[in-house]
Design a protein around this ligand. Sequence first.
Ligand SMILES: *[C@@H]1O[C@H](CO)[C@@H](O)[C@H](O)[C@H]1NC(C)=O
Ligand SMILES: *[C@@H]1O[C@H](CO)[C@@H](O)[C@H](O)[C@H]1NC(C)=O
Ligand SMILES: *[C@@H]1O[C@H](CO)[C@@H](O)[C@H](O)[C@H]1NC(C)=O
Length: 354
Amino acid sequence: MSFRAIVLIFATLCLCETLSSISAQTASTMVNSGQRPVVLVTNKETPEKGINKLKLKADVIFPKSHPATREEVLELAGQVDGIMWVGHMPLNGEVLDRGGSRLKAISTMSAGMDYVDVEEFRKRKFPLGYTPIVLNDAVADSAIGLMIAAGRRYHEGRLAIDQSQWTGGPQWLLGQDIKGSTVGIIGLGGIGQTIAKRLKGFDIGQLLYTGRRPKPEAEALGAKLVPQDELLQESDYVFITVPLTNETRHMINESTLAKMKPTAVLVNVARGDIVDQRALVAALKNGTIFAAGLDVVSPEPLPADDELLRLPNAVVIPHLGSATVQTRNNMAEIAALNVLAGIAGTPMFSPYPY
Ligand SMILES: *[C@@H]1O[C@H](CO)[C@@H](O)[C@H](O)[C@H]1NC(C)=O
Ligand SMILES: *[C@@H]1O[C@H](CO)[C@@H](O)[C@H](O)[C@H]1NC(C)=O
Ligand SMILES: *[C@@H]1O[C@H](CO)[C@@H](O)[C@H](O)[C@H]1NC(C)=O
């Protein structure tokens, strides 16, 4: 064998070794050997901005499966110092148990925390982060879009075109005005307030809201606190922007829908289960209310044969509230900062206030 051949074999061996060590590093089963903490990111499609933030201070691993199976996530939980929990898979005591003593911090990449057993985190005083506020603008924009699309019968109009039923005429597909209307916001939190700000440009007549106590921000927004029944009875547009809790589950149901105006438009950008969807379908079919604009439904994903999708007066989109490039980048970065802070034992950028 020539010297040249020996060098070549040696070089090849070295390269193989380097590659295999790189792939070992990215392999999900990697165990931390050095000082750098290891963070599990539960979804491979998490925006790179967030991943890059993590990589400044930690090694990052992902599940091999996509979407990740719960079993794989649970297995990896025991091999990391922190988790960026991306998606709505239940986050509960089981995850913390499997994480064991090494796991120091978890942050979700969402504002709604209905899939998290917050009580379990509170009991254990376990650092938990989330990403509210940063998505308020994107979700509020989407809510206004649904308000207009549902109130002005966009979906029904499109169906008419598809079915060669474009008849036109002065009485065809008339919708509801926004100008001068009474708008009710159920839950004037960050998203509700951002919707209210946008509505200032629409010359609405009156802004009502419900809540457990008056919001200090309401005055500047010109919003009036009223009982829920009054909001439902008076409003031409009703926005749902409350978190899903046991208390708010099915808070819009047959009896509450019956209180609404037959010309009312319901917009839900919070969580599908806040609305009793069977009751909503019935109400949309028999004219109890005029239309609905829904970014969230139950279940998600909604099966293609669901009756809701057969209704011309239901505008349904697949949970796109925060789905913009910039917003998702920001959410990923904040979640990453939360996890790193939690691992370091310092206060998170946005800790969940349990
Ligand atoms: C919500 O209700 C479920 C089922 O009734 C119960 O198991 C759970 O503890 C409740 N959660 C809270 C936070 O009250
Ligand atoms: C309907 O909603 C109202 C108010 O949100 C609530 O008090 C009532 O218990 C709900 N009814 C059902 C059957 O869920
Ligand atoms: C529409 O259906 C709901 C649910 O079945 C019922 O409560 C309501 O009375 C009906 N309204 C009209 C106008 O028929």
